[in-house]
Design a protein around this ligand. Structure first.
Ligand code: PMV
Length: 308
């Protein structure tokens, strides 16, 4: 049995989302995590994930290993015994790791769905999302839950922590170019750094979070009403606020600048920052030129994706 889960990218609202402001994120289907689960007669549960050099029996994994935990949490939370016959879980992924494209959450979602079908259990999206969120806490400390949500539902999501996720309509498709700095985004660290700054300078940070919330709300309306070209200016504004929050970096700023100079309608970092990805809004005929400009400016990988 094979299952798959897409990558994701945050359009607006990262960091502010941790403080209960809304964020927008969309799935990126060009990249995905894939899981193949096969019966075994060995009585053991083996995990094969060549991309991260992992080949191990479940009981040999350290207690907080995200893949071991997703398997154990699945069976304990559903009150199911581990299958006596055992099974083999093969995991591959084309989602860049620690880049802000949700590789960890996508692996969790694909594994949970593989385990559900293997055990003949039918899970709602809500249950899959909840189980995946538990694993996100191991990856990221205090995650907002946006990654697991957009990846579980596989649709554009307007997300507020603790509220049921809202999917929304894309009035007119639009094109994004994603540029990867190739530097792992230290999300856990930047989230706690923002918290330290917020504690010291609460009023200023609250004001910035409110501005980001406003940008995110206008962005949602622009997307729904078929005016995606308005997102460019909003991306630039959101990026400036993220710079002020100290979560950009010289590599991200260089890519953002290169995209704008190559004709992007706007650009910003995406995700935790200080590494990972940036995104640019492109007219579709100009997307390749922007991607090339990003490569020249040092991007390790680029993706062109249409949001629809
Ligand atoms: O780096 P990513 O794409 O996993 O996103 C992190 C987004 C933050 O808002 C910084 C943290 C969170 O948990 O939402």
């Amino acid at each position: 049995m094979k299952t798959s889960a897409p990558g994701k990218i945050i359009l607006f609202g990262e960091h502010a989302v941790v403080y209960n402001r809304p964020a927008l994120a969309v799935p990126v289907t060009q990249v995905h995590a894939d899981v193949d689960i096969q019966d075994s007669a060995s009585g053991q549960i083996w995990i094969h994930a060549p991309g991260i050099n992992l080949q191990a029996e479940l009981t040999a994994l350290p207690p907080n290993h995200p893949i071991g935990s997703v398997i154990l949490n699945f069976f304990t939370s559903l009150n199911l015994p581990l299958p006596a016959a055992g099974f083999d879980l093969h995991i591959t992924s084309s989602i860049p790791v620690a880049s802000g494209m949700g590789s960890g959450a996508a692996v969790s979602v694909a594994v949970i769905r593989a385990l559900a079908s293997h055990t003949g259990y039918s899970l709602t999206d809500e249950q899959v999302n909840q189980l995946a969120y538990e694993i996100e806490k191991i990856h990221h400390g205090t995650p907002s839950g946006i990654d697991n949500t957009v990846i579980t539902y596989g649709k554009p999501v307007y997300f507020i922590k603790g509220s049921p996720p809202e999917t929304f309509r894309v009035g007119k498709p639009f094109t994004l170019v994603i540029g990867d700095t190739g530097i792992p985004a230290p999300t856990k660290e930047s989230v706690s750094d923002v918290r330290r700054q917020w504690l010291k300078n609460t009023n200023h940070f609250e004001t910035m979070f409110n501005e980001i919330a406003q940008i995110t709300l206008i962005a949602r309306r622009s997307i729904e009403s078929g005016k995606p070209e308005m997102l460019g200016e909003l991306m630039d504004q959101n990026h400036a606020l993220l710079q002020e929050m100290t979560v950009s970096s010289k590599e991200l700023d260089a890519l953002v600048q290169a995209a704008r100079s190559a004709g992007a309608l706007g650009a910003k970092l995406s995700g935790g920052g200080r590494g990972g990805n940036m995104i640019a809004l492109a007219e579709s005929q100009n997307a390749k030129t922007i991607a090339d400009a990003l490569q020249t400016a040092g991007a390790k990988q680029t993706f062109i994706t249409e949001v629809h």
